[in-house]
Design a protein around this ligand. Structure first.
Ligand code: PMP
Length: 441
């Protein structure tokens, strides 16, 4: 399968050789890396993309979940063109910034919003707000979760299983070089789906005089495939954080608009103090937003926290967000995504059963995956112990060779778009069946 993909991507190989002379490692972001070379894309239309070799593929990668509206959506194009004619950037607020904040308030039930330009900026600013509001420095996160590339959250993400150690008292480990140890020690990680461990750690930290300012977490983990919260877990986390006066931040950069009109917050019915958004919010433009309660956001309103950025609320971006929210991500569009996801999940489940594969299909809204693990993954520890990296890698190659464009990492999931159809879903399931046949014959 690797040989076949290499043969079909000669132009990507050439582009890579050229790119390495000017672009570090030949890519714009280290997450675009892939051995032996990345696949360079040329264009996208609706649910499809074409690479520089002219290979046509159904897009299930969708820009790491940013392209929920599909490629080149006419409504986003129109909004951006119209706004461009009226001026691109003022660093002064425009009406669209207000309209979008009203829309997000209605969707999430949180009254106060601000803009950023990416998911990393959203989590960075949300954490600063939580620190200012509580007057504390320590940040609590979930072990194995990714929240962006700023130092505070580049801690305890992808680490080898043998380094995990004591499930209850997980050590803080830097994710890559260049992160100061003092910062690493200020971030404490606890396992997902274990509310008891979270509360015990909060109490222990409090005794050491370093109670956390916040818990930042994805309501459903989206970087170990998809790991759903066990029944009652989010409710317990809400109670614990409230009881201990810790700000609860739901990082909905990935779940956000992908799993419903009001994200995981509405889908699971548990209200955090703050929410961070990005990715699918902006219709494909770099965007981000933070929502919060009046109390928590008061530190922004009274001027004690600088939540700033030259491009925050950029007119082109908020025009795209507005078109995305008002014209594309309607209730009907979300119902369509649910329908498609049910179809792809049902197809994958049938294949898993027919071929007795060691895995299961899981998903929600426009997101899902097949997790190649004989037992259910509930947190990072069970993921690392049981998930088959070999089968995930092979499934990726199999997909790519049959016109199914997927995220390169074995931790990633599919993202559907509102332009996907039964045909796209059936292509995915057929390819998965071919994969099942190949590995079991
Ligand atoms: N939070 C979560 C949950 C994410 O998945 C990501 C990106 N994968 C980020 C934050 C960071 O977003 P960005 O890459 O836009 O900075």
């Amino acid at each position: 399968e690797s040989k076949r993909l290499n043969e079909a991507t000669g132009a990507s190989q050439e582009m890579y050789q050229r790119a390495r002379k000017s672009l570090s490692a030949g890519v714009a972001s280290s997450y675009q890396l892939r051995d032996p070379w990345p696949i360079y894309l040329e264009r996208g239309q609706g649910p499809k993309v074409w690479d520089v070799d002219g290979n046509e593929m159904w897009d299930f990668h969708n820009g790491f979940g940013s392209m929920l509206q599909g490629h080149a959506h006419p409504a986003i194009g129109r909004a951006v063109r119209e706004r461009y004619e009226q001026g691109t950037h003022f660093a002064a607020p425009t009406e669209d910034a207000v309209v979008v904040a009203e829309n997000l308030s209605a969707r999430w039930g949180l009254p106060r919003w601000r803009y950023t330009n990416s998911g990393s900026e959203s989590t960075m600013d949300a954490i600063r707000i939580a620190r200012a509001y509580t007057g504390r420095d320590t940040v609590m996160k979930i072990f194995g979760s990714y929240h962006g590339h700023h130092d505070t959250v580049m801690v305890s993400i992808g680490v080898e299983y043998d380094k995990i150690g004591d499930h209850e008292n997980l050590a803080s480990l830097p994710y890559g070089a260049g992160i100061p140890d003092a910062t690493v020690q200020m971030t404490v990680a606890v396992p997902f789906n274990d509310a008891g461990a979270m509360e015990r750690r909060i109490i222990a930290l409090d005794k050491e005089g370093r109670k956390p300012a916040c818990v930042i977490m994805e309501p459903a983990m989206m970087n170990l495939g998809v790991v759903l919260p066990e029944p009652g877990y989010l409710e317990e986390v809400r109670e614990i954080t409230r009881r201990h006066g810790v700000v609860l931040i739901f990082d909905e950069v990935k779940t956000g608009l992908c799993i419903g009109p009001g994200g995981a917050t509405r889908r699971f019915g548990v209200m955090p103090d703050m929410v961070t958004l990005a990715k699918a919010l902006g219709g494909g433009l770099p965007s981000g937003a933070i929502g919060g309660t009046e109390e928590v956001m008061s530190v922004v309103e009274d001027g004690s926290v600088y939540q700033v950025g030259t491009y925050n609320g950029n007119p082109l971006v908020v025009a795209a967000i507005r078109a995305n929210l008002e014209e594309v991500l309607t209730d009907e569009a979300h119902a369509h995504l649910d329908y498609l996801n049910d179809r792809i999940l049902a197809g994958c489940r049938r294949v898993i059963e027919d071929y007795s594969l060691p895995g299961y299909a899981v998903g929600l809204g426009g997101k899902g995956c097949v997790t190649f693990s004989p037992t259910k993954v509930i947190d990072y520890e069970t993921f690392k112990a049981n998930q088959s990296a070999e089968l995930s890698d092979l499934a990726w190659l199999f997909n790519m060779n049959r016109g199914i464009f997927m995220t390169p990492g074995r931790e990633e999931e599919w993202t559907l778009s509102v332009t996907h159809t039964d045909e796209a879903i059936d292509a995915y399931v057929d390819c998965f069946e071919e994969f099942a046949q190949a590995i079991t014959s």
